[in-house]
Design a protein around this ligand. Structure first.
Ligand SMILES: [Zn+2]
Length: 251
């Protein structure tokens, strides 16, 4: 069995049988992987009981090429991100990001996506108040961009006509972005995207994180993000439970 040693973040974890845990990890070198940590619920196993949700560390994974569940040999935690458990808003935001990552990332290497998620979780773990949802929105759109799903914002997603800077445009999830006036007239269920919101979205997709939103605008951005993910990222009808909890919790 080939051994892969890589930085990894725990995105999902559940107990398995008497002593083991099954983890869904995003790794820096090998994308998303499911692993079984045998003996993880014993305190003296090589995978300690500190391997909790959102923890990051160096994972030793024994890859079984023909299987979906690999064996975690060791996990040395470098950051437990315990701050995420201290406030409900942090925890629900981190859970939504984990859910998005598990839906969008495959088993291919995506260093930018991994590093972006890691930085976002670090930031949320120490953020307070409105900064939590703002930082999570920025991090979520960075994940979307790093996975190659960026919506079109500067030209019409349907006919590619350039869109005027500062114009209020329609945003169509099925079309994959903003629409010019004539395409918007033919589109069903397009949303109105004010110029300010389009600027913020463009900034997030380019990696900017400094933004201050009203509570109303933050909610509108959460809804836009959820609808976009629903349309472009999820391949089935499984509900986005963590997203629902994140939107309910906020405010
Ligand atoms: Zn058009």
């Amino acid at each position: 069995m080939p051994l892969v040693v890589t930085q990894a973040i725990v995105l999902h974890a559940f107990d398995y049988l008497e002593t083991s845990r099954v983890l869904r990890l995003i790794t820096r070198e090998a994308g998303v992987q499911s692993v079984i940590a045998k003996g993880a619920r014993r305190t003296r196993g090589r995978v300690g009981s500190g391997v909790d949700l959102f923890a990051e560390g160096e994972a030793q994974i024994y890859i079984k090429p023909t299987r979906d569940l690999h064996t975690l040999g060791a996990f040395d935690v470098t950051s437990s991100r315990s701050g995420l458990a201290l406030e409900m808003s942090r925890f629900t935001a981190a859970s939504a990001l984990a859910e998005l990552t598990l839906r969008i990332a495959g088993d291919e290497t995506n260093v930018a996506l991994f590093d972006g998620l890691s930085g976002t979780l670090d930031a949320i773990a120490v953020a307070s108040g409105d900064a939590v949802v703002e930082r999570a929105l920025a991090g979520a759109w960075q994940i979307v961009a790093d996975a190659g799903f960026s919506p079109e914002l500067d030209s019409c997603a349907a006919c590619h006509t350039p869109l005027a800077v500062g114009a209020v445009v329609a945003f169509s999830h099925p079309a994959g972005g903003a629409l010019c006036e004539s395409c918007a007239r033919r589109a069903v269920a397009a949303r109105r995207l004010p110029a300010g919101a389009r600027d913020i979205l463009r900034g997030w997709l380019a990696g900017s994180v400094e933004v201050h939103l009203s509570a109303l605008d933050a909610r509108a951005h959460q809804r836009l993000l959820r609808e976009f993910i629903r349309e472009h990222v999820t391949s089935d009808d499984r509900p986005l439970r963590a997203f629902a909890a994140w939107e309910t919790d906020f405010g």
